[in-house]
Design a protein around this ligand. Structure first.
Ligand SMILES: [Zn+2]
Length: 239
C-alpha cells in the first residue's frame, strides 16, 4: 500500500492529508481542537482535496461546534478524585481546604489544590488555568533559547493563549509566537514540536513540501509528536 502525506491550509483550516490506495475520500474531524484529516485516493491531487474540503466546510464547522459543546459539558468540577493531565501524565486531583492563598502542588501522582473552603468551582478552574500557564512559562524560555541557537533565529515575543482550534500560531512579520495553554496537559515533546513548527514558519509560510523538508531536518520525529498531540481520545481531554 502506498501512502503519502500533505499538509494543507484550506480557508484558514489546517488539514492533514494522507494519500492511500483507497476508493473514496474520507474527511474526519478530531478532538479536542477539531483537527481535520483527509484520507484521499492516490488519484487525487492537493487541489482536488482542497475542493472536497471546501465542499464540506459547513459540515466541518458543525463538527467543531459539537466538539466544543462536548468540552463544555465535560468541564471539570474541581473536586477530589477527578483526573487532570499535567505534561502528559494523568494526575488525581486532591482538594485540601484551608485558609490562605490558593495554590497547586504536585505530590506523587496527585495534583493537590490548597484552597480556602467555599471557593467556587469557577475560581478553582481559574486557579488551574493559571497554574497550567505558570507551568508553561517555566518550560518555554529554555526550549525557545535552545531552538533559537539551533535555527539561528530569535523569537522576540511569545504568548500563552487559550485557543479553540490551534495548538500554536505565528505572525511572520513580527515573529510573535502564540502557544495554546492546553499544551501543559500534553507530553513536553508536544510543546517542543509546536515551538519548532511555529519557528519553522519564520522560514516558510505554507505547510507544503518545503515546510515538511525543514521540519524533517529540524525535528525528524515531528510526525509522531504531532500524532501524539492530536490522537488522544476525547475521554482524556475532558477538563
Ligand atoms: Zn503551521
Amino acid at each position: 500500500m502506498s501512502t503519502a502525506n500533505a499538509y494543507l491550509t484550506v480557508r484558514g483550516i489546517e488539514v492533514d492529508v494522507v494519500y492511500k490506495d483507497i476508493k473514496n475520500l474520507h474527511i474526519t474531524v478530531h478532538p479536542p481542537a477539531g483537527r481535520v484529516r483527509v484520507a484521499a485516493p492516490t488519484r487525487f491531487d492537493d487541489d482536488q482535496v482542497r475542493l472536497a474540503v471546501v465542499g464540506r466546510l459547513a459540515w466541518i464547522k458543525r463538527q467543531r461546534e459539537q466538539l466544543q459543546a462536548v468540552e463544555r459539558q465535560t468541564e471539570r468540577e474541581m473536586v477530589t478524585g477527578e483526573s487532570h493531565y499535567v505534561w502528559g501524565i494523568r494526575r488525581r486531583l486532591k482538594i485540601v481546604e484551608r485558609p490562605g492563598r490558593a495554590h497547586f502542588e504536585l505530590n506523587g501522582d496527585r495534583l493537590v489544590l490548597y484552597v480556602p473552603a467555599g471557593t467556587s468551582q469557577d475560581k478553582r478552574l481559574d486557579q488551574l488555568d493559571k497554574w497550567y500557564r505558570a507551568q508553561l512559562r517555566e518550560a518555554i524560555p529554555g526550549l525557545i533559547a535552545g531552538w533559537e541557537q539551533k535555527l539561528d533565529v530569535t523569537v522576540p515575543k511569545w504568548t500563552i493563549k487559550r485557543m479553540k482550534t490551534k495548538w500554536g500560531s505565528c505572525n511572520r512579520e513580527t515573529r510573535h509566537i502564540w502557544l495554546n495553554v492546553e499544551l501543559a496537559k500534553k507530553h513536553p515533546d508536544c510543546l517542543e514540536y509546536i515551538v519548532v513548527h511555529e519557528m519553522t514558519h519564520y522560514f516558510e509560510r505554507n505547510h507544503g513540501p518545503t515546510f515538511t523538508a525543514l521540519m524533517d531536518a529540524h525535528l525528524p520525529d515531528w510526525r509522531s509528536r504531532r500524532d501524539q498531540l492530536n490522537d488522544a481520545p476525547l475521554a482524556d481531554e475532558t477538563w
